[in-house]
Design a binder for this molecule. Structure first.
Ligand code: GLU
Length: 353
């Protein structure tokens, strides 16, 4: 009996040793950091000045500034652009989407971290979430204070983003944004404050995960934030869609200008539940009759734009943006127009994607 117990103990110790060995030798996840610029790569004249130039610091310096990332993952870096994200454009979105899909298809990486300026970060995140064909983690990250500033947030945000990307729990969440110790679904997150570090929020639903001390915990999963909806692998451009802002006593001039500029679609950032005044309404109805796709969204910043509230959308041929903000509704409409002009189908995308 004693012999049997000793034998069991021996095998138990051996198996623990084998497991420990396996854990310590299993390779770290392969994470690529794609850099596009922004404040996270911003350089100022001194540590206390707010004025700086976005996107100046190259990827190598960013990686060297946070050596801890090499303990979490096997890191590679690639500079895709070096711009302030106010200069982000469709060509760079397509390049990013095509490159990320290629990296996943060839199984070159397990996850992607994308460093980005904060101004249009939410737009890039949503564009990628609609066009990436993998459930591997894609994590966007930025900073509100330049790399040269006192108490800068970029290094911590980058470390957290790499940790989120490397964490198995992030698989299947689609494209996310990791900023200020929170993780947000690409579809829902928006920049809410011009300068504050807690600028990123998901006003309708909150963060899906929280980060503390190098760990992420997830609490929710967006059912609309995963699986590729549009294949842009062959595209060089997208249909033109403009955003027109609603306000008291607005005229039709911005709508007419957008049409003159060749817009195939207009996202109207309406008052309240996507409402417009008489002059704007007339111009939108005429545009819709001329096969320009009109999407009613809201300038309010939260909530949904609902069908048939004060507006008979079906009769007028309009679609509604649901809870997408105007800049995200524009992205979905551009992509939708690559597939169809059918208003019912496009409305369906807005209610499902
Ligand atoms: N406007 C610049 C950008 O969006 C800097 C702002 C930032 O990154 O926070 O890239």
């Amino acid at each position: 009996m004693k012999k049997l117990a000793a034998l069991a103990l021996f095998f138990f110790v051996i198996s623990i040793q084998a497991q420990t060995k396996k854990a310590s030798t299993s390779p770290l996840p392969r994470v690529i950091i794609l850099a596009t610029g922004g404040t996270i790569a911003g350089s100022g004249a001194s540590s206390t000045e707010a004025a700086y130039t976005a996107g100046k610091i190259p990827i190598e310096n960013l990686l060297n500034a946070v050596p801890e990332i090499h303990q979490i993952a096997q890191i590679k870096g690639e500079q895709i652009a070096q711009i302030g994200s106010q200069d982000m454009n469709i060509a760079t979105w397509l390049k990013l989407s095509q490159r990320i899909n290629e990296l996943f298809e060839k199984d070159e990486v397990d996850a992607v971290v994308l460093t980005h300026g904060t101004d249009t970060l939410e737009e890039t995140a949503y564009f990628l979430s609609l066009t990436i064909a993998s459930d591997k983690p894609v994590v966007l990250v930025g900073a509100m204070r330049p790399a040269t500033a006192m108490s800068q947030d970029g290094n911590r945000n980058l470390l957290d983003a790499v940790m989120v990307a490397a964490d198995q729990k992030s698989i299947g969440h689609g494209v996310v944004v990791a900023m200020n110790e929170s993780v947000y679904a690409a579809r829902d997150v928006t920049k809410t404050n011009t300068t504050n570090m807690a600028t990123f929020q998901s006003r309708n639903f909150g963060p899906i995960g929280l980060i503390f001390d190098g760990k992420v915990n997830y609490y929710y999963k967006s059912i609309r934030n995963s699986a590729q909806k549009f294949d842009v692998s062959q595209r060089k451009t997208l249909p033109k869609v403009a955003i027109v802002y609603g306000y008291a006593d607005a005229t039709s001039s911005a709508i007419e200008a957008a049409i003159k500029d060749g817009a195939q679609g207009i996202v109207y950032a309406g008052m309240g539940n996507g409402n417009y005044n008489e002059a704007v309404g007339k111009a939108l109805i005429t545009a819709s009759k001329n096969n320009i796709l009109i999407c009613r969204s809201a300038r309010a910043g939260a909530g949904q734009v609902t069908l048939f509230n004060e507006v008979d959308d079906a009769a007028l041929g309009f679609v509604v943006a649901d809870d997408l903000n105007p800049q995200k509704a524009r992205i979905l409409l551009m992509l939708a127009l690559t597939k169809t002009n059918d208003k019912k189908k496009i409305q369906d995308y807005f209610l499902k994607y």
